[in-house]
Write a protein that binds this ligand. Structure first.
Ligand code: ZN
Length: 256
């Protein structure tokens, strides 16, 4: 990664929180997602990923007061952009298959994020005119096969223009975006009474079923320190709760 992008990644970080396992309660400890992580997940660094990260940072600073994104409790709406969609899914935990990542192309560069437990909903949008219209027009044109098919754009010219487009995107990121703060051009507001777009398809999300279970009072797993609690194991193996577990769940016990 270039030096100037290396510098940017120091600021652009996101703390996230998840459940502890597929049946687990909410983990109170947070993990830090960096720009490098976003790039690895997405597959490349690009202006869309950076603009999405700026937008999400601005939203998180207002909605969560700079605190962690609880990926077990968020639904997100994004445009159907590979880059913005990946930022949305990775940072909020929203997934198409759970119906918690919905699509709305009218959002442009921005997101709607809803906290499931409270229903509170925020929107962030990039300020109109912040991104150069010329680059935006080329981005759309270079994805439009009709231009070549109809003879409006020579295929050989397109190859060159793809490279120019990429250079212009990075120059804008370097000189304009990274010289600004997320709150400068990404505007956050709390929304009242909005309906999210319909999910494309939906299947049950199981890893948040027990997210609100309290910390156990008696049984502490010997693995607990590994999970980051910092506490020492107390009354783990051989306890009454392990014996109860060995009997199997109710259905299992009846069937034996
Ligand atoms: Zn991208």
């Amino acid at each position: 990664m270039a030096d100037w992008l290396e510098e940017a990644r120091l600021d652009l970080v996101f703390d996230v929180r998840d459940t502890r396992s597929a049946q687990g309660r909410l983990e109170m400890h947070v993990k830090r997602v960096t720009l490098d992580d976003l790039v690895l997940f997405h597959g490349h660094a690009c202006d869309g990923l950076l603009r999405g990260a700026y937008a999400m940072r601005a939203l998180g600073d207002v909605a969560f007061d700079g605190g962690p994104f609880d990926r077990s409790d968020l639904e997100v709406v994004s445009k159907n952009s590979p880059c913005l969609g990946d930022v949305a899914a990775y940072l909020t935990g929203g997934r198409l298959r759970f119906g918690t990542h919905r699509l709305d192309d009218s959002l442009g560069v921005g997101f709607v994020v809803r906290e499931v437990s409270t229903g509170r909903t925020w929107e962030v949008r990039e300020e109109l005119g912040f991104f150069p219209a010329l680059i935006g027009a080329w981005e759309a044109a270079l994805l439009d096969d009709d231009l070549v098919d109809s003879g409006s754009l020579r295929a050989a010219d397109k190859v060159e223009l793809i490279a120019v487009n990429e250079a212009r995107q990075w120059t804008w990121v370097r000189e304009v975006l990274l010289a600004s703060r997320p709150s400068d051009h990404y505007i956050v507001q709390l929304l009242e009474g909005v309906e999210l777009p319909a999910p494309i398809h939906r299947a049950r999300r199981s890893d948040v079923v027990n997210r609100d279970a309290p910390v156990p009072e008696q049984y502490v797993s010997p693995y607990e320190p590994l999970m980051g609690s910092g506490g020492l194991p107390r009354g783990g193996e051989g306890s009454l709760w392990e014996l109860r577990y060995d009997e199997g769940p109710p259905q299992f016990a009846r069937e034996r």
